[in-house]
Design a protein around this ligand. Structure first.
Ligand SMILES: Nc1ncnc2c1ncn2[C@@H]1O[C@H](COP(=O)(O)OP(=O)(O)OP(=O)(O)O)[C@@H](O)[C@H]1O
Length: 366
C-alpha cells in the first residue's frame, strides 16, 4: 500500500506535520536533530504500534503533551493511531475504531533499514526470529493466530514450571495438557516457517549475489527443537531440566536463522558495511516475496548513506523502485538528494526538515 497523505501531531519535535501528494520515493533532509527520523518513527508507530527507538510511549510523545497522533491515507484506506502517555491507544481504520494493531499492520507491511539494522545479526536470536516472523505474519494468514495460541500455552507451561502445585498428580495433568497445545501449535508454526523459508531462500540468494557477489552466504532455519524427535516428545524429555531453569527451552519460540559464510558465521567474519548489505539483502528478498503476493511494502531508510558506498546506495534505490515499494528516506544534506536524483527513475518528493517543520522542495526529475 502506498500512502498518499501523512499527518503527524505531537510526536517528538513534530508539532503538526501535514504531507500531501506523497510519492513512491519521499526524501527528507535536514540538520541533526531537525526531526527527520521522527517522521519515519511516526510511520513505524502507525504500522506496528511501536517505535523503533524506544519501548516507552512517553519518550516519543512530545514533552508535556498527553498524546501523539499519526494519520495516513491511501487509495482505499484511512489509518489512524493515537497513543496516550497513559498507555492507552485508539486505533482507527476507515473511520471505525478497531481493537487490535494487527489490523493496521496487515495493511501496512513496513521494513526499516537504519544504522542499527546490523545489530540484528549480533544481538542474539530474537531479532533474527522477528525478521522471519515479519515474513510469516504477512505471508501466512494463520500464523498470527497460531502464534498467539502458542504464546498462551507457553506462558501457562512456564508458570507451572515455576510454581509446581502441591498436588503432583494435578500438576502433571495440567502441564501435560498445556504441552499438548504447545506441541500442536508449535508443529504447525514450524511447518509454516519451513514452507516460507523455502520461498525466501532462493530470493535471498538472488539479492545476496547482487549486493555481496564475492561472499557465499547461506541462510538456514533452525526450528528451536529437535524436529526428528518432535516437539511433544522433546517437551516431555526436557521437562525436568526446564523445571530447573523455570522456563521452556525448546520450541519454535527458540527458532533462529543461521547466516553462514565459508569462513564462519556472518556476524563473526563480515565487516560492518558487509553486514549492512547482508541485512539489506535479507530485507529486499522479503519485500520481493510480498511483492509476488501483490503486497507493497513501505520502506523506511533512516540515515540512508551510513555505511553504504555509492554503488550500493544506487543499487538499493533502483531495486526498491523495481519492487514497487514506497520509500521514506532521511539524509543529512542536499548533496545526497542530488545523488539520489541521478539514480531514481520513479517519482519522488523532497522535503526539508527544520526544527520539527517540514517543507516540500522541488525535485527536478518529477
Ligand atoms: N519527546 C520529545 N518531545 C519533544 N522533542 C523531542 C522529544 N524527543 C526528542 N525530541 C527532540 O526532537 C528531535 C528529534 O530529532 P530526530 O531524531 O528526528 O532528528 P534527525 O533529524 O533524524 O537527526 P539526526 O540526523 O541527528 O539523526 C531532536 O531535536 C530531539 O531533541
Amino acid at each position: 500500500m502506498h500512502l498518499q497523505r501523512l499527518h503527524i501531531e505531537r510526536i517528538r519535535n513534530l508539532k503538526g506535520v501535514e504531507l500531501t501528494q506523497l510519492q513512491p520515493f519521499n526524501i527528507f533532509y535536514g540538520a541533526n536533530g531537525s526531526g527527520k527520523s521522527s517522521i519515519l518513527e511516526a510511520v513505524h508507530i502507525l504500522a506496528t504500534g511501536r517505535s523503533f527507538r524506544t519501548n516507552l510511549v512517553k519518550q516519543y510523545i512530545q514533552h508535556s503533551e498527553l498524546d501523539g497522533l499519526v494519520y495516513a491515507e491511501a487509495t482505499h484506506y484511512r489509518l489512524g493511531l493515537q497513543k496516550f502517555a497513559s498507555g492507552e491507544q485508539l486505533i482507527r481504520l476507515n473511520g471505525d475504531t478497531v481493537a487490535t494493531q494487527s489490523e493496521l499492520a496487515k495493511l501496512l507491511p513496513i521494513q526499516l533499514i537504519d544504522p542499527d539494522t546490523i545489530s540484528l545479526l549480533d544481538t542474539g536470536s530474537k531479532p533474527r526470529r522477528q525478521l522471519l516472523d515479519w515474513l510469516m505474519f504477512h505471508v501466512e494468514h494463520e500464523f498470527h493466530g497460531l502464534w498467539l495460541r502458542y504464546q498462551r500455552a507457553l506462558k501457562q507451561r512456564n508458570n507451572l514450571l515455576k510454581h509446581p502445585l502441591g498436588d503432583q498428580k494435578l500438576w502433571l495433568q495440567s502441564i501435560q495438557s498445556w504441552e499438548h497445545g504447545l506441541a500442536e501449535y508449535g508443529e504447525l508454526i514450524d511447518g509454516l516457517r519451513e514452507k516460507v523459508m523455502r520461498q525466501w531462500q532462493p530470493l535471498f540468494e538472488h539479492y545476496r549475489q547482487q549486493l555481496l557477489p564475492q561472499i557465499d552466504i547461506t541462510l538456514a532455519y533452525l526450528a528451536g527443537f529437535d524436529r526428528e524427535q518432535g516437539l511433544a516428545a522433546s517437551l516431555v524429555q526436557h521437562r525436568n531440566k526446564d523445571m530447573d531453569r523455570a522456563t521452556t527451552q525448546h520450541g519454535p519460540h527458540r527458532a533462529d536463522l543461521r547466516l553462514k559464510t565459508p569462513l564462519g558465521l556472518a556476524d563473526e567474519v563480515l565487516s560492518r558495511g558487509q553486514k549492512k548489505l547482508l541485512m539489506v539483502a535479507l530485507k529486499l528478498s522479503q519485500i520481493h516475496l510480498l511483492q509476488d503476493l501483490n503486497k507493497e511494502t513501505v520502506v523506511l531508510l533512516d540515515d540512508f548513506s551510513a555505511e553504504l558506498d555509492d554503488t550500493a546506495q544506487g543499487r538499493l534505490l533502483s531495486t526498491l523502485a523495481g519492487l514497487n515499494s514506497q520509500v521514506f528516506i532521511t539524509t543529512l544534506n542536499g548533496s545526497a538528494v542530488q545523488k539520489m536524483q541521478d539514480v531514481l527513475s520513479v517519482p519522488a518528493a523532497v522535503f526539508e526538515v527544520s526544527n520539527g517543520q517540514v517543507q516540500p522542495q522541488p525535485f527536478s526529475d518529477n
